[in-house]
Design a protein around this ligand. Structure first.
Ligand code: S3P
Length: 436
């Protein structure tokens, strides 16, 4: 990761134009992994050229998978088959990516060789017992550093399917167990407390693996094979989210974002913003690569505070940093509950957002599982991203409506999920520049 990068975000707008949001991070990770263990050659289009997904590609290359990048946003993966991966001599570096590490833990738990998964400073603080405990129940042998990375996976363990009720709603954990289940004897069945994104299930089916799934549950047997397919990755709703809030809060704005993934397990923010009074229309709704997609058209509208329905939380789990910015600009109070998972993301997103908003003069009260935000003016000031990409981009949005410039410290990690964010943002009317 390159040297430190601080940004200054100033009052900008109105925002206009069409924003080509990059490919979905969750789908890009999964497409690489399934293509790597499929039989034959898969072409991935719309691949996210982010540091997280490139780290996963590099790990798979270390495991002996040939991956070509003919053009930007495209990968050709020469699948090695279910049992064709080869052990690496060096640790496998997942960078900043929780999705990369947790899914790879599942994929590698049933291999014949040992692996070591490592990550950067932020990933090295993220809880891994949520995957290592159920994988151990399946027969995997994994050592961690007191529940934290690095993860040492011992090869040659015979895995058996389990029925597992997830204690927290987590697509990462569900996916890790399903990937391990491909190598297990018998049936792996996962039950979720709330339905989470089902990309792994949909993609396993597309690659020809028999799987039963419905919201909140998934079930498969080991011992089949994956057949290569081409994958079309839609634009990432979580990246579009920054522009949805930005155009909503800057008077006179209108933005269009074509081809955004609209899987209902991802679009909770759309509903939340509409409850707050936002003007967002979905046009040209269609299906691409087995996923619902559409063009999002957002116009400025006055927002008001809401009590966020708790049922929406899992469907917008990555969107809370930018929701807090919408809440800070809205009239009245916004209450978020049931979102304790935010505390174990790339940073503690409740604490990091509360500290940043307070530094800008916004009244926000932290609770163990959420926050209460009083809308009002946003002041100038300095905020810390704590190397969390979504915190950095959220405060870039806040700067649009701040009374003076907002300095955002340490924005390097934006490239993990949204390379080119600053250029796209400035192209439609942001005023975002280097602070140095
Ligand atoms: C992801 C699942 C979510 C999300 C993350 C990506 C995935 O994490 O926050 O950015 O691709 O499965 P959890 O499932 O742990 O909540």
């Amino acid at each position: 990761m390159s040297a430190r990068l601080d940004w200054l975000s100033g009052a900008g707008g109105p925002l206009h134009g069409s924003v080509a949001v990059p490919g979905d991070k969750s789908i890009s990770h999964r497409a690489l992994m399934l293509a790597a263990i499929a039989e034959g050659c898969s072409r991935i289009r719309g691949f996210l050229e982010g540091e997280d997904t490139r780290a996963t590609a590099a790990v798979l290359a270390q495991l002996g998978v040939r991956i070509e990048a003919p053009t930007e946003g495209e990968r050709i993966v020469h699948g090695e088959g279910l049992h064709g991966l080869r052990g690496a001599t060096q640790p496998l570096d997942c960078g900043n990516a929780g999705t990369g590490m947790r899914l790879l833990a599942g994929l590698l738990a049933g291999q014949s060789f040992d692996s070591v998964l490592v990550g950067d400073a932020s990933l090295s603080k993220r809880p891994m017992r949520r995957v290592t405990d159920p994988l151990a129940q399946m027969g995997a042998r994994i050592d961690s550093h007191d529940g934290l990375p690095p993860l040492r996976l011992h090869g040659g363990s015979a895995l058996r399917g389990i029925r597992y009720e997830l204690p927290v709603a987590s697509a990462q954990v569900k996916s890790a167990l399903l990937l391990a289940g491909l190598y297990a004897q018998g049936t792996t069945e996962i039950l979720e407390p709330h339905p989470t994104r089902d990309y792994t299930e949909r993609m396993l089916a597309a690659f020809g693996w028999p799987i039963e799934f419905a919201p909140g549950r998934a079930r498969l047997d080991g011992g089949h094979a994956l057949r290569a397919v081409d994958v079309e990755v839609p634009a990432d709703f979580s990246s579009a989210a920054f522009f949805l809030v930005a155009a909503s809060i800057v008077p006179g704005s209108q933005l269009r974002m074509p081809g955004v993934g609209l899987n209902p397990r991802r679009t909770g923010l759309l509903q939340a913003l509409r409850l707050m009074g936002a003007d967002i229309v979905v046009e040209r709704e269609r299906e691409a690569g087995g996923e619902p997609v559409g063009d999002l058209v957002v116009r400025h509208a006055p927002l008001h505070g809401i009590e966020l329905p708790v049922a929406l939380v899992p469907d917008m789990i990555d969107e809370f940093p930018v929701l807090f910015i919408a809440a800070a600009v809205a009239s009245g109070r916004t209450v978020v509950r049931g979102a304790a998972e935010l505390r174990v993301k790339e940073s503690d997103r409740i604490a990091t957002m509360a500290a940043g908003l307070r530094a800008l003069g916004v009244r926000i009260e932290e609770t163990p599982d959420g926050a209460i935000v009083e809308g009002g003016p946003i002041g100038a000031g300095t905020v810390e991203s704590l190397t969390d990409h979504r915190i950095a981009m959220s405060f870039a949005v806040a700067g649009l409506r701040a009374i003076g410039p907002v300095r955002i410290n340490d924005c390097r990690h934006v490239a993990t999920s949204f390379p080119g964010f600053r250029e796209l943002a400035n192209g439609c009317g942001f005023a975002l520049r280097d602070a140095s």
